[in-house]
Design a protein. Structure first.
Length: 146
């Protein structure tokens, strides 16, 4: 029987797009395999949500079935063919996610999950918030040094 990889993803940003953090927990057969996080300046939470999904996809082996849980409802709607991203940055990131899945033969499924519902969703949320806070701290240190 085929093994399913599951990822819980989240994005976090401060208002105004100063910096956004993303986090993902990737599991195989219910066992955590990795926790991923990062941040980028000048992004918002919508971008961070998609980035978390993109990074989680890159972490699983080619040909795998991948189930991603996210609290980003617009991405679930787009995945289901019921919408589109109108912002160029979101459209481009979404396109790279879909292209990565196709290129590597991943069977992708996206499901909406209420924020902070369940252990792994909370962990992804904490990773995203931690990355965002680290970004703000680093940006503050750079501003102080200037």
């Amino acid at each position: 029987m085929e093994k399913t990889w599951v990822a819980y993803t989240d994005g976090s940003a401060v208002p105004g797009g100063l910096a956004a953090g993303w986090g993902a927990v990737v599991l195989k057969e219910g066992t955590p395999q990795m926790e991923l996080q990062g941040w980028e300046r000048g992004r918002d939470s919508a971008w961070a949500e998609l980035k978390a999904m993109r990074v989680a996809l890159a972490a699983v082996p080619a040909g795998a079935r991948v189930l991603i849980y996210t609290d980003h409802f617009p991405a679930v709607e787009v995945f289901g063919g019921r919408g589109s991203f109108h912002r160029p940055d979101l459209h481009e990131l979404w396109r790279s996610l879909v292209d990565e899945a196709k290129r590597r033969g991943l069977r992708l499924e996206l499901r909406w999950r209420r924020r902070m519902r369940g252990r792994w969703s909370r962990t992804a949320h904490q990773l995203a918030n931690g990355a965002r806070e680290r970004a703000l701290g680093l940006m503050g240190e750079v501003a102080k040094a200037a």
